[in-house]
Write a protein that binds this ligand. Structure first.
Ligand code: GLU
Length: 503
């Protein structure tokens, strides 16, 4: 017998009522990986049924964040596809068809209860310790009666008549889940025929878009039985459900803004690399079962197992993200890294782009090329955790003179001021003897070898480091001298000598 296997299709269905944050990005990533590991499709649908709270700037943020992360959708807003449109606000006709069908079959009815009545009922149920389900007061109204009320201008919404039964579903992550529909009551599915509500629109769209796997946050578990009863009424196939445990803050509560509940685009601006964020996100709830932590997207497509996703919440730890980011920064080739750092140097006003592919060092009125910027960035490659840290890290390369708040830092801990002055003067003489074309790290090391032996490495190299950078923490002094060049190196040493002599 010939069987045709259904193509796996997943989706992310964010509501554009806020920025794309870590939790949704992680859900999108998992849906993407799952689809790709099954040679399936991943869809981006925008759930903007909440017209008042939906904003196009949030949709733009979602699109930008996902594109940057490298989670590419096969169908959806911006790219289109066979199931367009992908914005719920543009799919009204589709929902209308199904709302009509449910009304005609008596599976849905108009409810005329006012908000005040509903709230009063809710409160009285709660005070009796009962679940706050709809009373069913309008469930008995015939279609004719409802029509008359509407003609008189009475306001209504549309409710789905929930059957009284037990709903069971097998969640890929949580295992068997059961709900009594009596605890759900009749479900509000649309404000009117043109204005569907989430639980109904999602059922129609997942069906119309042939979604096979609904992978989403655990906060939607309680919506699932509502969606299942509607699927059953409409004769739709039930997708496979997987509810992901949530991302929590270090206090094990909902992720706060301070700890990471900000737009993904903010992470981009802050200088996180998408490969680092992606790697970090997947480990929030999944591990390969051994101690490996570093995964590329292609490796994840091979190794990720949805059924192994952890049942308990995952704690967001920014230090771990920084660790991944530093890891991926170190592995960038220098050309790529310099390109990535360039916007930060421009933004910090250290340089300005001028004609001929050159850059003007603003405080030194000197022009440099990209090759020089690459050398500078290379020296800090091991030290920065985020791209945004580059501008401070390299700023002393982009100044005419080094600024030093306190010249005491020139003095190596085991030596005296006089010794340091003597050492710096000797260093100056030695480096002065190295000619312009030969002023490189190897020759400088040779030139200072005897002094280092005589005075000790600390006494020689410490003040040189501080003289060149103005800092106690910096790349190696000889590497810096190489990049700064003969003239700047010698003048910075001279400046340090006069600063120390004046003390
Ligand atoms: N629009 C819903 C949300 O943003 C999506 C829920 C779902 O994936 O079914 O949470």
């Amino acid at each position: 017998m010939k069987t045709t296997l259904q193509k796996i299709r997943t989706r992310i269905a964010p509501s554009p009522t806020g920025y794309l944050h870590i939790g949704t990005a992680r859900t999108a990533l998992i849906n993407y990986i799952f689809a790709k590991q099954h040679k399936g499709d991943f869809v981006l649908r925008i759930e903007d049924t909440d017209i008042l709270r939906s904003e196009s700037r949030f949709e733009d943020d979602i699109v930008e964040g996902l594109e940057w992360l490298g989670v590419h959708w096969d169908e959806g807003v911006k790219v289109g596809g066979d199931n367009a449109p992908y914005r719920q606000s543009e799919r009204t006709e589709t929902y209308k068809k199904y709302i009509k069908e449910l009304l005609e079959q008596g599976r849905a009815y108009h409810c005329f209860c006012s908000e005040e009545e509903l709230e009063a009922h809710r409160q009285s149920m709660l005070s009796e310790g009962k679940p706050a389900v709809y009373s069913g007061r309008c469930a008995g109204l015939g279609q004719k009666e409802a029509k008359e009320k509407m003609e008189k201008g009475e306001k209504s919404i549309i409710r789905f008549r929930s059957p009284s039964k037990k709903i069971k579903f097998e969640d890929v992550i949580k295992g068997g889940v059961e709900f009594e529909t009596d605890l759900i009551g009749d479900i509000a599915i649309a404000k009117d025929e043109n204005t569907p509500l989430y639980n109904f629109a999602v059922v129609v769209d997942d069906h119309e878009m042939n979604i096979t796997h609904v992978i989403r946050g655990e906060d939607h578990v309680s919506n699932t039985p509502k969606q299942i009863v509607m699927q059953e009424a409409l004769g739709f196939k039930r997708p496979i459900y997987a509810h992901l445990s949530l991302v929590l803050g270090s206090d094990k509560r909902k992720l706060s803004k301070r700890e990471g509940a900000v737009s993904l685009v903010e992470y981009k601006k802050d200088g996180y690399l998408p490969e680092a964020l992606l790697n970090f996100l997947i480990l929030l709830g999944w591990s390969p079962g051994d101690d490996r932590e570093v995964f590329s997207i292609d490796e994840l497509i091979k190794e990720f197992k949805l059924e192994k996703f952890q049942k308990s919440g995952a704690i967001f730890n920014i230090k771990k993200l920084d660790w991944f980011n530093a890891y991926y920064i170190k592995r960038k080739n220098i050309k790529e890294l310099a390109e990535l750092c360039l916007p930060y140097l421009l933004e910090a006003d250290l340089i300005q782009e001028v004609e001929g592919g050159k850059f003007l060092i603003k405080s030194a009125s000197e022009k440099v090329g990209m090759e020089w910027i690459e050398k500078v960035v290379f020296l800090e490659k091991e030290r920065i955790k985020k791209l945004s840290e580059i501008s401070y890290a390299v700023s002393f390369f982009f100044t005419d003179k080094v600024s030093m708040a306190n010249s005491d830092i020139l003095i190596w801990k085991k030596s005296s001021k006089e010794e340091v002055l003597e050492a710096l003067n000797k260093v100056l003489m030695k480096l002065d003897s190295v000619r312009e074309g030969e002023f490189n790290e190897v020759n400088l090391k040779d030139a200072l070898a005897g002094l280092a032996e005589e005075y000790g490495n600390g006494t020689i190299f410490w003040p040189l480091r501080v003289a060149l950078s103005g800092r106690e923490a910096s790349p190696g002094p000889l590497e810096m001298a190489d990049v700064l060049g003969r003239e700047k190196t010698l003048s910075r040493i001279k400046d340090a000598i006069s600063l120390l002599s004046e003390k």
